[in-house]
Write a protein that binds this ligand. Structure first.
Ligand SMILES: Cc1ncc(COP(=O)(O)O)c(C=O)c1O
Length: 387
């Protein structure tokens, strides 16, 4: 590891030099099947022609002007995302954490408008919302917060998938927003009850607070609908996304509807790079591919294949605790810590991730095919049983 880099990522043992579709290649040209997608980023796989073309064309036209000027591509991307989601306005950031920062700032302005001096945003235990000071304070994981006190005030963490706990807090009158992931990603691919979001919508309506969904990881087709909330027949007030939005270029978005869409006014928020022509042209090309019904159908089909295939393959395996699947977010929880399986999979030409200590997490490109999914299942079965 370079002595010139800070140590925050720890030791990284491997390098990759090239990508093509669902495969990555190392310096010796060994091929790896990518079941991680750069942590849910490269939904269209690596070097997708539509994305490469958009980047190349835009790079030869105009990279950056700043938000002091109209940016046509930014306007087009905002319109596309609003059409897809039913939201009304967009703010573009450079990352997921910054998209959540915008959402949190919107909740503060909402509190001000309502005359609440000490507003509370409810978030959930096991959640992950980012690494900036406000978003790590919102995150429901003490490990992420360790060493960074004093944290930002105004977050209250309740158990995930427990609407009653939220309702109890709302009775205090200080709650202005609920910030929640439709499926907890970093927390171990935790899938809540089907009516969870509907309950949250109803509570937000009853207590006049904002339903803010963090779809940084679940958005952009990952769960088999463009946004995960679209499985639930509700609409949030605020919706954040990033990761898959740019297929690898750094972009995030905070979308809002209704009263929440009018709170950020001139001068109240901004970003030098946010939504520049390069990232917006790339994201627009990405979104136009991701929204295609055939792609979302592939996510659903490959999801069903993974659930069935893994269930059959791992049947009777004593180490297996639970398999959790929502679209192409897959968590295979074992009864023991299993971080070492990442290296074992690498040796067999498969890239996976382990999260929350004991959960193998698969986030393959959304364009993955049937044969590639079979290959993932076979290798996972080998490494879990061999170990
Ligand atoms: C649900 C969720 N929110 C926020 C973030 C933070 O995004 P970023 O790393 O782009 O700041 C992540 C990243 O893993 C995430 O999964």
């Amino acid at each position: 590891m370079s002595q010139y880099l800070m140590n925050n990522y720890g030791n990284r043992n491997h390098s990759l030099s090239r990508g093509e579709g669902c495969y990555l290649f190392d310096d010796s040209n060994k091929r790896y099947l990518d079941a991680l997608s750069g942590i849910a980023v490269c939904g269209l796989g690596h070097c997708h022609p539509a994305v490469t073309q958009a980047i190349t064309e835009q790079a030869g036209t105009l990279l950056h002007t700043s938000n002091l000027f109209n940016i046509e591509r930014q306007e087009q991307l905002a319109q596309a995302l609003c059409e897809i989601s039913g939201m009304e306005r967009a703010f573009f950031s450079n990352s997921g954490a910054e998209a959540n920062e915008a959402a949190i700032k919107i909740s503060r302005l909402y509190a001000k408008a309502k005359g609440i001096a000490e507003p509370v945003v409810i978030t959930t235990q096991g959640s992950f919302h980012g690494r900036t000071m406000a978003t790590l304070s919102a995150t429901g994981n003490p490990k992420v917060q360790e060493g960074f006190s004093p944290l930002v005030d105004g977050f209250n963490h309740v158990p995930y998938n427990d609407p009653a706990a939220i309702e109890e807090l709302c009775k205090t009158g200080n709650v202005v927003a609920i910030l929640v992931e439709p499926v907890q990603g970093e927390g171990g691919v935790r899938v809540p009850d089907e009516d969870y979001l509907q309950h949250l919508r109803q509570i937000c309506d009853q207590y006049d607070c904002l339903l803010m969904l963090d779809e940084i990881q679940t958005g952009n087709g990952r769960t088999g609908e463009y946004f995960a909330f679209q499985h639930s027949n509700i609409k949030p007030d605020v919706l954040t996304t990033a990761k898959g939005l740019g297929n690898g270029v750094p972009i995030g978005a905070c979308l809002a509807a209704g009263k929440a869409a009018e709170l950020l006014q001139a001068g109240s928020h901004g970003s030098t790079y946010g939504g520049n022509p390069l990232v917006c042209a790339t994201a627009l090309a990405t979104v136009n591919e991701l929204r295609k019904e055939e792609l979302l159908n592939n996510v659903r089909d490959r999801s069903a294949q993974l659930l069935t295939g893994l269930t059959i393959a791992l049947k009777g395996c004593e180490k297996l605790k639970e398999i959790r699947v929502k679209g192409l977010m897959v968590g295979i929880e074992l009864n023991e810590n299993c971080g070492q399986l990442v290296e074992k999979a690498w040796q067999k030409g498969l890239i996976i991730n382990v999260t929350a200590g004991s959960t193998i997490r698969l986030l393959p490109p959304l364009v993955i095919n049937q044969e590639q999914v079979d290959h993932i299942i076979a290798i996972i079965n080998d490494i879990v049983r061999e170990d």
